[in-house]
Write a protein that binds this ligand. Structure first.
Ligand code: SF4
Length: 386
C-alpha cells in the first residue's frame, strides 16, 4: 500500500527549517502575544511498550475508559480561532483499533478539514499498515530514539512493565521500528526522531544519530536534554557542562544535510557565561540547525479525551489539571493560566533573540536562583526594541 498527500494538505506550506509550525515564536510574531494555537490530545492509555522514560509510562492501563463525545471535543476546537497545530499522543495512539476509529481518525479528519498541521507521537513498532492507513493526515510522525544498544531497548523500552515479553518479541519490535521508519520516510512521511540527552544516551550519540539518518531515513533529529520529573527518575540527568559537551559532540559528528532541532535547551542569551554564548553562537551559525522555544503553556495545552482534563504538559504536572473541557473553553483556560503567578514568574521575552525563556523544569533544575524577569529588564536595556 502507498499513499498520496491529498490536495488540501499539500496546500499547507511544507515543514522545513524555515517553517516549523510548532514554534511558539510564530504566535508572538503573528499576534504579538502568547496565543493558544496548539492542542495536544492524549487519546489512549494503552501501549505495547512501557518505556522507563515515557512521559505517561506509569499511568498506562490495560483498558481505555469511554472517551468524551466527539461533538464536545469539536466544539472546544471550533472555539479556538488561531488553532494551527494538533498533537496526538498516548500511550501508543495506533495501538487500540477502537481508539483509532472513535477518536484518532475523527481528530485527524477535523484537523485536515481546518488545514491544521498534525503531529503524532508514536513508537512506530506496530504493523506498517496501521501507519499507512493514516499517513495522508500526518505532517510529522514523531518517535523517540534513545537506544544506544539493543539491550537498552529491551530493558528501558519495557522498564515500566511488570510482566516482561520474551526477548525475541522485543527484538522484533526494534526491527519493526527501523523498517517502518525507513519505509514511511521513503514514501514521503516526515519522520522526526527525538533523542534525550542523559547519561544513557551520551556515550552512543554518534551511533543513534547514524541510525536515525542512515537506517531510518528520518528527515529530522530532535535533541532535548532530559529533565528530572517523576516518570524519569530512574535515568540520570546530565549537568549543564555535560549537556554543552554533548551538543558540541553532536555538532561535530552529525550529518550536516539533516535538520537537527534542539528543544528545551537550558542555554539563554541573558546568561553571561562564555561557554554558553559560544555554543549559542555555534548553533545559530550551523547549517540545518534550529532551536525551538518550549510550547508547553506558551501556545499549547493538553487535553485528555477521557476525563476532559486540561493540563499544561503531557507529563505528571505538579499543578494538576487547570480545568476541564466539560466546563470551560480552551482559550479561557489558556488566558487564565497565563495570569497565574507561576506562568507570570516564568514568561520572559527578548525579541532580539526570539527567546521566550525557560520552562518550570529547566528553571528548577539549572537556574533555581536566577531571576529571569530581572534578566529580561536588563536585556531590554541592552537591546532596546526600537
Ligand atoms: S527571554 Fe528570558 S531567558 Fe531569554 S534572553 Fe530574555 S530574559 Fe533570558
Amino acid at each position: 500500500m502507498t499513499y498520496q498527500k491529498s490536495l488540501l494538505s499539500s496546500i499547507k506550506k511544507p515543514i522545513s527549517i524555515f517553517n516549523d509550525p510548532w514554534e511558539t515564536y510564530n504566535d508572538i510574531q503573528e499576534h504579538n502575544a502568547l496565543t493558544l494555537s496548539n492542542i495536544e490530545f492524549t487519546t489512549t492509555n494503552l501501549c505495547n511498550m512501557r518505556c522507563s522514560h515515557c512521559a505517561v509510562g506509569y499511568t498506562l492501563q490495560t483498558a481505555d475508559p469511554s472517551p468524551l463525545p466527539m461533538d464536545l471535543i469539536y466544539r472546544r476546537l471550533d472555539e479556538i480561532p488561531n488553532l494551527k497545530t494538533m498533537s496526538i499522543t498516548g500511550g501508543e495512539p495506533m495501538f487500540s483499533k477502537k481508539s483509532i476509529k472513535n477518536v484518532v481518525k475523527p481528530l485527524l479528519k477535523y484537523a485536515y478539514d481546518r488545514g491544521i498541521y498534525v503531529q503524532m507521537n508514536s513508537n512506530l513498532t506496530l504493523p506498517i499498515d496501521r501507519y499507512l492507513d493514516i499517513a495522508e493526515y500526518i505532517d510529522v510522525m514523531h518517535i523517540s530514539h534513545n537506544w544506544g544498544t539493543i539491550d537498552e531497548f529491551t530493558e528501558v523500552g519495557f522498564g515500566a512493565m511488570e510482566k516482561q515479553p520474551p526477548l525475541k518479541a522485543k527484538l522484533r519490535l526494534y526491527d519493526q521500528m527501523l523498517s517502518n521508519a525507513r519505509t514511511l520516510s521513503e514514501q514521503g512521511m516526515f519522520i522526526s526522531a527525538e533523542t534525550m540527552l542523559n547519561k544513557s544516551t551520551r556515550p552512543y550519540l554518534n551511533k543513534i544519530h547514524n541510525e536515525i539518518v542512515n537506517d531510518m531515513k528520518c528527515q529530522r533529529h530532535e535533541i532535548h536534554p532530559m529533565y528530572p520529573s517523576d516518570f524519569a527518575s530512574q535515568l540520570e540527568v546530565l549537568s549543564l557542562t555535560e549537556i554543552k559537551e554533548a551538543i558540541h559532540h553532536l555538532l561535530d559528528i552529525r550529518h550536516p544535510d539533516i535538520w537537527m532541532l534542539f528543544g528545551t535547551l537550558p542555554i539563554y542569551p541573558c546568561i553571561t557565561n562564555e561557554d554558553d554564548q559560544a555554543l549559542l553562537h555555534r548553533l545559530r551559525n550551523s547549517k540545518n540547525i534550529t532551536m525551538r522555544n518550549d510550547p508547553d503553556g506558551r501556545n499549547r495545552l493538553n487535553v485528555n479525551v477521557f476525563s476532559g482534563n486540561i493540563i499544561v504538559t503531557d507529563f505528571g504536572d505538579e499543578n494538576g489539571a487547570l480545568s476541564n473541557i466539560k466546563n470551560d473553553k480552551l482559550t479561557d483556560v489558556f488566558n487564565a493560566w497565563l495570569k497565574t503567578p507561576l506562568a507570570q514568574s516564568l514568561n520572559c521575552h527578548c525579541p532580539k533573540f526570539n527567546c521566550l525563556g525557560p520552562n518550570v523544569l529547566v528553571k528548577n533544575m539549572y537556574y533555581p536562583d536566577t531571576n529571569f524577569k530581572q534578566n529580561e529588564i536588563d536585556m531590554h536595556r541592552l537591546y532596546p526594541m526600537h
